[in-house]
Design a binder for this molecule. Structure first.
Ligand SMILES: [Zn+2]
Ligand SMILES: [Zn+2]
Length: 338
């Protein structure tokens, strides 16, 4: 197991000595970096929030859904001897999907800390319904069923304004820890990752994960781009990352993470090849037919419960292939190989 449960917090400050945290609220992954896991959410895996604690200051990366991990974030702050109303310097959202921003407004009310997100995903924070309306390809019935869903993509929170907008290259200082914001813009247009160069650590959000043969390697929303994702993976793979902390499931720690970036790139290329092959076989096809073919062939892993995500991803894949001159639209949602 990579996760080490905390029995003693090394980063208790504000006049407190090292004290016992004594609960499973947070797991210290490496000194000063804690994962607060939400519930297991089926094919989503776990939703993890990360808490960076240094010299009496703390930063939350991705506050999760509305309710999960929820109050456990404040409990973790308190368990480190921090004042949850004054020591949390920010709530960073790597991107605007409901499993990453749903808990932001509530956490801001509880702590007073500013919400930070990139402008290209800020609309999802301001207007949560825009996730269904603008980010996913879906018919009315699917939209309704997603609206009623209680899963990790539930939109059951009110919109709010971000307090500050993240920009590519910006530094965020937490005590002596410096995090650089990198706009990757693959998984969604405003997706950012956060890099701690000193510790060779990357908070990867949903842009890159640690699982072989996992569809989360290529999911994108309608504003996303597999071309941007490939470019970001290429750039990140050259940064000597040794600790990869994705938003879902377990981190990859203490090793050269280049293989993880390579696996993510392979996953995307395989999806593109698969779509091209099926389109070639059919001659002409729309997205639904291609989703059907991809499912039938079982050559790309697609969980049944995440149907709207794969439909959207294949639509964006076709747009990328069109930009590369490999496919073209025939109108009315029908595509063909060039
Ligand atoms: Zn996402
Ligand atoms: Zn996510």
């Amino acid at each position: 197991m990579f996760l080490i449960s905390i029995t003693h917090c090394r980063y208790g400050h504000k006049g407190k000595n090292v004290h016992s945290c004594g609960n499973m609220t947070a797991a210290e992954i490496i000194p000063g970096v804690h994962a607060i896991r939400g519930k297991f959410a089926g094919e989503f895996g776990f939703i993890a929030s990360y808490l960076i604690v240094d010299e009496g200051e703390a930063l939350v990366i991705d506050p999760g859904t509305a309710g999960d991990p929820g109050e456990r974030i404040e409990k973790a702050l308190k368990s480190f001897g921090l004042n949850h109303r004054s020591d949390l310097i920010g709530i960073v959202c790597t991107h605007g999907h409901p499993d990453h921003v749903g808990g932001a407004n509530r956490l801001r009310r509880a702590t007073g800390a500013p919400i930070m997100i990139h402008e290209k995903d800020a609309e999802l924070l301001r207007n949560p319904q825009s996730f269904f309306e603008e980010r996913l390809l879906m018919d009315r019935a699917t939209r309704l069923s997603m609206k009623l869903d209680k899963g990790p993509l539930r939109v059951n929170y009110r919109g709010c304004e971000p307090d500050s907008l993240l920009s590519d290259g910006q530094n965020i200082q937490i005590g002596s820890t410096s995090l650089q914001v990198i706009l990757t813009g693959g998984h969604s247009a405003g997706h950012c990752v956060l890099h701690d160069g000193n510790r060779k650590l990357l908070f990867a959000g949903d842009e890159v994960n640690n699982f072989p043969n996992d569809p989360r390697k290529f999911y994108v929303d309608l504003t996303g781009s597999l071309v941007s994702r490939m470019a970001a993976l290429e750039r990140l793979s050259k940064m000597g990352i040794e600790h990869l902390l994705p938003s879902h499931d377990v981190p990859y720690l203490f090793g050269e993470a280049r293989l993880q970036f390579g696996a993510a790139k392979d996953g995307i290329m395989h999806l593109q090849d698969t779509v091209l092959t099926h389109l070639g076989d059919r001659g002409e096809a729309d997205v639904e037919q291609l989703v059907f073919d991809v499912r039938q062939s079982r050559s790309v892993p697609i969980p049944e419960s995440l149907d709207s995500l794969i439909q959207t991803t294949i639509q964006v894949t076709l747009q990328g292939l069109a930009e590369a001159g490999l496919v073209k639209s025939l109108g009315k949602g029908v595509w063909t190989k060039v």
